[in-house]
Design a protein around this ligand. Structure first.
Ligand code: ADP
Ligand code: MG
Length: 231
């Protein structure tokens, strides 16, 4: 019975996620489609054409951001638990984010413990850190440093992610992870951190965030090590 209950609960979460994603992607696509329809009408002058095209572009970018925050790595309906080498997985995500860091003059420093294995879904783990790294880089519009450190104890694997960015106010920090909460006017989904928290929860991990307005942010993740979280 217990097992059954857990399964039902998980399915619910997956279904909610699925519904939210298709809703969030369908809205901008429907809007884009509407503007294309207007473009196809007969008497559209050049300036109107430009205006509609730029609206279409904005809507497509919006759909793309939602896909990036949710689906870069994973099909949300699938959860596969395997043994993950934390250092290995973080390096993989860092390689993907490196071009974005370069573009923003963000230097990446790593300090990885030699070992550290956890049990979890590889794709979701990568999605989680992609979202966190992306936010960190976006918080440093005029450059800075992104530091990633791992620590290993027999029962936990710790991941620290620190940036030297704009930081958050107390109010912003409190709202972190709330669906659709974003300070990136028109350029954010407000879904990235919600995804992060839900992945951390699914992996039986914890996340603490420290931030100072104007003084950077540190994310403190702790996951049960593989032995303590049964493969
Ligand atoms: P989005 O990035 O689309 O705005 P997220 O859910 O990823 O949505 O983040 C929500 C909000 O949390 C961001 O808009 C930003 O205000 C804040 N935030 C997240 N990470 C950081 C960070 N490293 N530094 C400062 N603010 C952050
Ligand atoms: Mg984000």
């Amino acid at each position: 019975l217990r097992k059954h209950l857990i399964k039902t609960k998980k399915l619910e979460v997956v279904e909610q996620m699925g519904a939210a994603i298709s809703h969030e992607i369908r809205n901008p696509l429907t809007a884009a489609n509407g503007f294309v329809q207007l473009l196809l009408e007969d008497n559209v002058n050049t300036s109107k054409t430009k205006e509609y095209l730029s609206l279409v572009k904005g809507e497509l970018e919006s759909a793309e951001r939602v896909i990036q925050d949710y689906l870069t790595f994973s099909k949300p309906a699938m959860t596969e638990v395997e043994e993950l080498n934390v250092k290995h997985e973080l390096s993989h995500v860092l390689a993907i984010i490196q071009p974005m860091a370069n573009k923003n003059s963000v230097e990446i420093s790593v300090n990885f413990a030699a070992v550290g294995f956890i049990a979890g879904d590889r794709q979701k783990f990568r999605q989680c850190f992609l979202n966190v790294f992306k936010n960190a880089i976006e918080a440093m519009p005029s450059g800075g440093r992104l530091t990633i450190e791992t620590q290993f104890t027999p029962s936990r694997v710790i991941v620290l992610v620190a940036d030297t960015g704009i930081g958050m106010t107390k109010d912003q920090l409190e709202r972190l992870g709330e669906p659709y909460y974003s300070t990136k006017e028109g350029k954010g989904t407000g879904l990235g951190m919600m995804v992060v928290y839900s992945i951390v929860r699914a992996m039986k991990g914890t996340l603490k965030v420290e931030s100072r307005n104007g003084g950077g942010t540190t994310f403190h993740f702790s996951f049960p090590s593989r032995k303590d979280n049964r493969l």
